[in-house]
Design a protein around this ligand. Structure first.
Ligand SMILES: Cc1cc2nc3c(=O)[nH]c(=O)nc-3n(C[C@H](O)[C@H](O)[C@H](O)COP(=O)(O)OP(=O)(O)OC[C@H]3O[C@@H](n4cnc5c(N)ncnc54)[C@H](O)[C@@H]3O)c2cc1C
Length: 413
């Protein structure tokens, strides 16, 4: 794959038009004035029939799960073509295109949507019981409800499991959960929360405790959701804290229905999914930074000629184009990988995330430089791209943690 196909380009154009019409005029509200992003996202999902597609896929998966539970081998059509929306590659392309287009203007929208539909809905669809999927997943997959996926705590970020303090204790047939979570995307507005914590058992050292996850609903007794934090960037993605004080849950809320069903590997599968999406976000931001920079380099005159006539500015633009091409190739590679029904290794996904995050930061910083003083002003929009890019180096595993993952893999060969 070296370029989007004709039908994919048509979708790209339609999404771009939607973003120009519905997102751009509301940017200040969603980025700076505290207007939650969910109505715009719901409108996009409806406009492009993503909700109907999610519903059809959901129903097919439930039917397959039920057949499997009844001991029948579910019928599968040709490889990769049993989901609505076409092959694995086609679906991956259809996911990447809106991510790229939204990230050109408001990467926070992608974060809010990705955490709700992909991480929270995806965790329930991937690890939940049939009953849990039927009870919680569909409204998340259609964005009718907002989801949050909570692992980070004040003292446990990169070392997510090692220092985790939130615990569930067995209590009769259910559990009682205590602890707090921080920097949680959609935390302030989430209707459904997948909460990852440790299981406290007598005689088991904290470091050896099992990892378990629960599905919580907003408004449960003892669960408090904070107001959104004020952040450097991605204002269109609300981020907050969760406090749990003696939250009583039944076993029906234990993800997967068993204390062994989610665990460390469940959370790791989610990390991998997150990492792959970052290349698409970076591509959108880099494309936009480059376009704006080229335009400005032609228009802005100093010393009697456009600043783009200077080789120092040309070098910046040329490096931005190299970055754009590399990111696009990574996105195409991901689509091809999915088309062939393959998965990425953790190291590959980490390498992709590391490169994408660093590149987005470098390119957007250089874009601000091309714009000079105007680049420091909000109206230039490149300053927002630069602030938005920084988060890619921090969440879904910091740059340093990606480096460790890649190096570990190399050294283990
Ligand atoms: C906007 C935003 C949204 C987020 N959304 C979510 C969410 O929805 N759900 C969720 O659970 N979490 C979320 N997070 C949390 C995010 O995943 C963590 O911030 C991230 O994992 C880093 O953890 P930390 O902030 O505790 O940094 P720390 O782990 O304290 O790291 C601080 C610094 O030390 C470095 N470091 C740490 N350990 C090592 C090491 N062994 N070797 C070298 N360097 C190291 C780090 O790379 C970093 O540079 C979000 C964060 C932000 C800012």
């Amino acid at each position: 794959m070296i370029e989007w196909s004709e039908p994919q380009r048509m979708i790209q154009k339609m999404v771009r038009d939607f973003v120009e019409k519905e997102v751009v005029p509301n940017l200040d509200d969603i980025e700076y004035n505290g207007v939650p992003p969910y109505e715009i996202l719901r409108k996009m999902i409806k406009t492009f029939g993503m909700d109907a597609m999610a519903k059809q896929n959901f129903e097919k998966q439930i039917a397959r799960d039920k057949a499997r539970a009844a001991g029948e081998e579910p019928e599968r059509k040709e490889k990769d073509e049993d989901e609505e929306g076409g092959s694995g590659g086609e679906q991956a392309a259809m996911t990447m295109i809106p991510v790229i287009e939204l990230s050109r203007h408001a990467q926070g929208l992608v974060t809010a949507m990705g955490v709700s539909m992909g991480l929270t809905g995806g965790a329930i669809m991937g690890k939940g019981t049939i009953e849990q999927k039927e009870r919680w997943a569909l409204p998340l997959l259609t964005m009718e409800k907002v989801g949050a996926w909570a692992i980070s705590e004040p003292n446990s970020g990169s070392d997510a499991f090692g220092q985790m303090k939130a615990v569930a204790r067995r209590d009769g047939d259910g559990y009682v959960i205590n602890g707090s979570k921080t920097w949680i995307t959609n935390g302030p507005y989430a209707d459904t929360i997948v909460l990852i914590c440790k299981l406290a058992e007598d005689g088991v050292e904290p470091a050896d405790r099992k990892i378990v996850s629960f599905i919580l609903d907003s408004g449960m007794e003892g669960l408090e959701q904070s107001k959104p934090f004020k952040k450097m960037g991605i204002g269109s993605s609300p981020t907050g804290e969760l406090f749990l004080s003696d939250v009583k849950v039944g076993r029906d809320r234990l993800l997967g229905g068993s204390e062994d069903s989610y665990g460390r590997s469940g959370a790791k599968a989610t990390f991998m999914q997150e990492r792959a999406g970052v290349a698409a976000m970076a591509l959108g931001m880099v494309e936009r930074a480059l376009e704006l920079s080229v335009e400005y380099a032609k228009d802005r005159k100093q010393f009697g000629r456009p600043i783009g006539d200077n080789q120092l500015i040309q070098l910046k633009l040329a490096k931005m184009e190299v970055a754009r091409m590399n990111l696009q190739n990574l996105v195409f590679r991901y689509v091809e990988t999915m088309a062939q029904g393959k998965t990425m290794t953790m190291a590959e996904a980490s390498a992709m995330k590391l490169y994408a995050a660093q590149t987005a930061m470098e390119v957007t910083t250089e874009a601000v430089q091309v714009f000079g003083g105007f680049g420091y002003m909000r109206e230039s929009r490149v300053e927002q791209l630069m602030r938005d890019a920084k988060i890619l180096q921090i969440y879904a595993g910091t740059d340093e943690m990606q480096i460790i993952a890649i190096a570990r893999d190399l050294l283990a060969r």
